[in-house]
Design a protein around this ligand. Structure first.
Ligand SMILES: C[S@@+](CC[C@H](N)C(=O)[O-])C[C@H]1O[C@@H](n2cnc3c(N)ncnc32)[C@H](O)[C@@H]1O
Length: 359
């Protein structure tokens, strides 16, 4: 689904990169406050309320959300000034992109992404300056736990792990139709989903390709979540889960396709090339490797969501990582020996894409 940018939104992004005026600059200055309005409106249920009722006055909104008058004033001042809600006479409605997300069934996925930004990303991003200076993820120190990276720490906190994997499922589902369409598995029999998370992409691919068997290669705590999801979808006979470390352990043998979904945004380009070389060794001649994640432009100027999402990868999960450009991924593929490299861009509002290459 493609959501058009509202002319009322606080930062209009129809040109790439946007031309900055003083209004845009002040919106960036208070960007953290803009996000907190969005998060509060999501947590309070404002958008569902307006969608269900069509339109409401401010006192009606405050009463239904259980807010005092001043709190209702603040919430609706912010949401309306940002363009999240539209005020006509004394009545408020949702902005068009929010209505579209709700009508298209993507609203919960969007809200899962908001919760991820609020509870996983937000605090660590304060360390962007130091992360850039030291070229490493200084924000990890603000994340609870002692594990060596974010993924190890998630296994130490079931609440944050839940927020993360709900988001990861939703972020994948917002765009993995692109993966299902771009990846022709007609002649494939066995796919390895390396770092497959809660199995969201394995389930989508297995459902679309009933002859294909899939193995998810994951860390132990995520593997347990994946097993539960696969069982819920009655796919345990065709989607298997094996535990291991993708850097330390050998890849399971016998696969003719290896998928890295939302993986090559975490690591340095050198580590990505190492993993691709490992995939090359594990594949038979003619076997394919698939990269599915957000991509930035080769010109290095956007898209905006890729640029903003790079702050998370710069500050939190691991030492390297960002939303790399298409051509950076293609260089890694070439360095690892792959050929016949094919790009598949996604037309949705997320900056996802798929690259398929052959051994
Ligand atoms: C960003 S998530 C992507 C999950 C899934 N592929 C998706 O697209 O929804 C990265 C996943 O890689 C896993 N992971 C991280 N480091 C790993 C390692 N060294 N070996 C195996 N899995 C790893 C994490 O547990 C996490 O589930």
């Amino acid at each position: 689904m493609s959501v058009k940018t509202s002319q009322n939104s606080f930062l209009t992004t129809t040109s790439t990169p946007p031309r900055l005026d003083m209004s845009g600059l002040s919106a960036i200055l208070f960007g953290h406050a803009a996000f907190e309005y969005l998060n509060a409106a999501c947590e309070l249920g404002l958008f569902e309320l307006l969608h269900d009722t069509g339109e409401l006055t401010k006192p009606e909104i405050a009463a239904k959300l259980g807010l005092e008058e001043r709190a209702g004033d603040i919430l609706m001042l912010g949401c309306t000034a940002l363009g999240l809600t539209v005020k006509t006479a004394e009545k408020y409605t949702n902005a068009a992109p929010i209505t579209a997300l709700i009508d298209d069934g993507d609203w919960q996925r969007f809200k899962d992404t908001v919760a991820f930004e609020q509870y996983i990303v937000y605090d660590g991003q304060r360390e962007l300056t130091e992360s850039l200076r030291r070229n490493t993820n200084v924000g990890l120190a603000r994340f609870p736990g002692t594990g060596r990276n974010l993924y190890h720490r998630l296994g130490e906190d079931s609440r944050l792990e839940g927020v993360f994997y709900r988001y990861m499922r939703s972020w994948s589902e917002l765009a993995n139709q692109c993966l299902v369409e771009a990846l022709d598995l007609t002649n494939a029999s066995q796919l390895l989903d390396c770092g497959g998370g809660d199995a969201v992409n394995a389930i989508a691919l297995a459902s679309a390709n009933p002859h294909v068997r899939i193995t998810i290669f994951e860390m132990p705590h995520a593997a347990e979540i994946a097993k539960r999801r696969i069982a819920e979808r009655n796919l345990s006979d065709r989607v298997l889960v094996t535990t291991g470390d993708m850097f330390e352990d050998a890849f399971p043998a016998g696969n003719d396709v290896i998928l890295f979904a939302h993986q090559f945004v975490i690591w340095t380009l050198e580590e990505n090339t190492t993993l691709l070389r490992k995939a090359y060794e594990a594949l038979p001649p003619g076997g394919r490797v698939v990269i599915f994640n957000s991509m930035s432009n080769d010109s290095g100027d956007g898209p905006l969501v890729a640029a903003l999402d790079s702050v998370y990868f710069a500050t939190l999960p691991e030492e390297g990582g960002m939303i790399y450009s298409w051509s950076q991924h293609e260089q890694c593929l070439a360095d690892a020996g792959f050929r016949n490299v094919q790009r598949h861009a996604w037309s949705g509002w997320t900056p996802h894409g798929v690259i398929v290459a052959t051994k």
